[in-house]
Design a protein around this ligand. Structure first.
Ligand SMILES: Cc1ncc(COP(=O)(O)O)c(C=O)c1O
Length: 391
């Protein structure tokens, strides 16, 4: 008889996906309804209202794109770029590079403003590049998952306004864990993914588009190159018309709505504070384990800690042993950081003191097993000193 592989319970403290909240999984198991059913439409509308809350956006076009974060990225670029458009992108890691790749495939003239991996893009350099010639789009990744580096969106939004360009932001590893503040900063196009700080499985890409950007889209001279991601058609399903474009992934919408409800119940401010505190505690504990942070303090994410691995540690072996002995996943490095860093996520449901302590205990024990002269107790103590939210 064939035996089929069963999914197993894991603690997902890597760069994503992260563990789902139990309420999210329960919501997914609700009965599937027709995607044009009025009751489902009501659920979809609630989901979009909650997305606006979490994005801090009042943009009418705020929708869950069917597909993972990369679909959000692709939708955010292909709808607004036409051949030969000038696009300026800040690149501080792998996901910035992916934005460049997509923009180039649209025939855009792409100017990359690069930062060394582990550092943020210099906003003066970004503005200098934008100011050289009329620019259609300026963008970057707010939370660069390959390096753990954070970009402040305020200067980006200001550059876009000063130079009459649209801003585009990747908030895949930040939405729900750190402020995005679309209205307050006047951002144009912002997308995310469900599998990180939203405590959902991968599968949807929340996206919000400003009326200014919508105007650019509606005045294109050429058709959008992607049929599936063409927002001029997709928007007709989300608008009053409810025009069929493709079948909405109904049960994923239940999941996303539930996860957004969880954030609304906790409040955005409390969610951000929880992420900030737990990442600070984890970074403190990791430093005590002899693992220095890659990004400098003011450029760190609240959702993902990235630390350097000591030269005499077999990093792949440690990750394998963490899985075997603790059912715990952490991420290795990508690209030029391969073999050099660990990426440890505390995202959404997983951002808890319990997971900080579990991670330090497990990782510390495995480092000791590799002969590192460290103290797990000292690391736990360092972390404990950072916990300020009353129990
Ligand atoms: C910053 C960032 N952008 C885009 C993506 C792509 O998302 P997905 O893998 O869900 O397509 C990821 C995935 O990790 C990411 O971290």
């Amino acid at each position: 008889m064939t035996t089929y592989t069963r999914p197993e319970e894991r603690l997902l403290l890597g760069p994503g996906p992260s563990n789902c909240h139990p309420r999210v999984l329960q919501a997914m198991a609700s009965p599937t309804m027709g995607h044009l059913d009025v009751k489902f439409m009501a659920i979809m509308n609630e989901c979009m209202d909650l997305m606006r809350l979490v994005f801090g956006s009042s943009h009418p076009v705020t929708i869950p794109v069917s597909g993972t974060g990369s679909a959000g990225m692709e939708a955010s670029l292909v709808n607004f770029i036409e051949p030969n458009d000038r696009v300026v992108l800040g690149v501080a890691g792998l996901f910035g590079e992916r934005m460049v790749d997509i923009a180039k495939r649209q025939g855009a003239q792409v100017i990359e403003v690069k930062a060394p991996w582990g550092q943020a893009v210099d906003m003066d350099e970004l503005e200098a590049a934008v100011s050289e010639a009329p620019t259609k789009l300026v963008g970057l990744v707010q939370a660069e998952t390959s390096t753990g580096v954070y970009h402040d969106l305020k200067p980006l939004a200001a550059i876009a306004r000063r130079h009459d360009a649209l801003s585009v932001v990747d908030a895949v590893t930040s939405l729900g864990g750190m402020p995005v503040l679309v209205d307050e900063l006047d951002l144009d196009i912002v997308y995310s993914g469900t599998q990180k700080c939203l405590s959902c499985p991968p599968g949807l890409a929340p996206l919000t588009v400003s009326p200014r950007a919508l105007d650019v889209l509606l005045n294109r001279k050429t058709p959008v190159s992607s049929w599936y991601l063409d927002l001029t058609m997709i928007s007709r399903y989300f608008g009053k018309e409810r025009f069929y474009h493709h079948t909405a992934p109904v049960n994923m919408i239940y999941a996303l709505r539930e996860s957004l409800m969880l954030i609304a119940e906790e409040t955005l401010e409390a969610t951000w504070a929880r992420h900030a505190e737990n990442s600070t505690a984890l970074y403190a504990g990791l430093a005590a384990l002899g693992l220095p942070a890659l990004p400098r303090p003011d450029q760190r994410l609240a959702s993902l800690c990235v630390v350097r691995v000591p030269d005499d540690v077999d990093e792949a072996q440690v990750r394998n042993r963490l899985m075997k002995n603790y059912s715990m996943e952490i991420g290795g490095g990508l690209g030029e950081l391969k073999g050099k860093v660990w990426r440890i996520g505390l995202m959404g449901y997983n951002s808890s003191a319990r997971n900080v302590n579990y991670c330090l205990t497990a990782l510390g024990s495995e480092l000791k097993a590799q002969g590192q002269k460290i103290s797990v107790d000292a690391a736990l103590k360092e972390a404990a000193e950072q916990f300020t939210i009353p129990v």
